[in-house]
Design a protein around this ligand. Sequence first.
Ligand SMILES: Cc1cc2nc3c(=O)[nH]c(=O)nc-3n(C[C@H](O)[C@H](O)[C@H](O)COP(=O)(O)O)c2cc1C
Length: 319
Amino acid sequence: MKWTTRVTETFGLRYPIIQGGLAYLAYAELASAVSNAGGLGQITAMSLPSPEALKEEIRKVRSMTDQPFGVNFAIGQHGRPFEQMVEAALEEGVSIMSVTGGNPAPFFHELKGTDVQTLVLVAAKRQAEKAEELGADAVMVVGHEGGGHLGRADTSTLVLVPEVVDAISIPVIASGGIGDGRGWMAAHALGAEGIEMGTRFIATKECVHASPAYIEALLNSTIDSTVVIKQSLGTPARALSNEWTDRILQIEEEKGTYEALKSYISGEANRRFIYDGIASEGYGWAGQIAGRIDDVPSVQQLFDRMVEEATLVRKKWGE
Ligand SMILES: Cc1cc2nc3c(=O)[nH]c(=O)nc-3n(C[C@H](O)[C@H](O)[C@H](O)COP(=O)(O)O)c2cc1C
């Protein structure tokens, strides 16, 4: 069966499956496993401490795969300039980069005159149109089911994807709430030409940095085990519900300021849970699809299963 779309053709992939940027989790092991399995693996630049560290991580990916891979830049969320990191990726000859987290115009400015292929993660039609105007090769559109940072409107993937497909002419990749071959095919039925998954990839053998407690929490989740925090700051993001997010939501309910929330929503608090497994003192991003995850396969096993499930769907469709 053929899986060719404009996404596979543009980025040189076997399957139109993108591993989303995963702050503090997407390093060479995961990215190379996804690329070796036929998708697009990505490392997350802003989780690395310096341009030198990014260069080393890029070299490590190259030592583990000869397939295409990407570098992801979440430009608005880490309080430090991304330009030097883009520069480092360019110096290493990275040919695919993705961006999210703010106005992508300065990112495209950095890439002017290069032939880097670009993906922009958006959460609204207007942002997708802007990405197309800026010259993106594809957009990933994340609905409100998704893990991590979301759009301000609570629009689901099912509604948002066709809206964006109808509004722009570059390929659309659906993101948010997808974790198996059925979700993949559903996205294609909506007009998407690929999928991006975040949460599903955390519960894989190659996501080596995730603490056993984080994985356990994902496996024990039901579909209503996540909450959206930071709504009051205008930067909503979906995390696993725990004591720590209860406290965040309480502060938000009491109209707490950014100052009051700062230490609760910090990267340190994130790492205390995702690396050290301390649920009473930290949080971890996850989408609603966590409730549908009940094993920790290797990335290759996950791909094999998804292709099998998607094949069944296509056979039902008479393909
Ligand atoms: C733990 C975690 C961290 C994330 N960090 C980033 C990031 O640094 N950059 C990015 O582009 N997206 C990030 N995202 C969003 C994902 O790339 C993707 O859009 C999202 O996970 C899709 O929804 P799903 O979790 O339902 O698959 C993150 C998501 C999660 C779950």
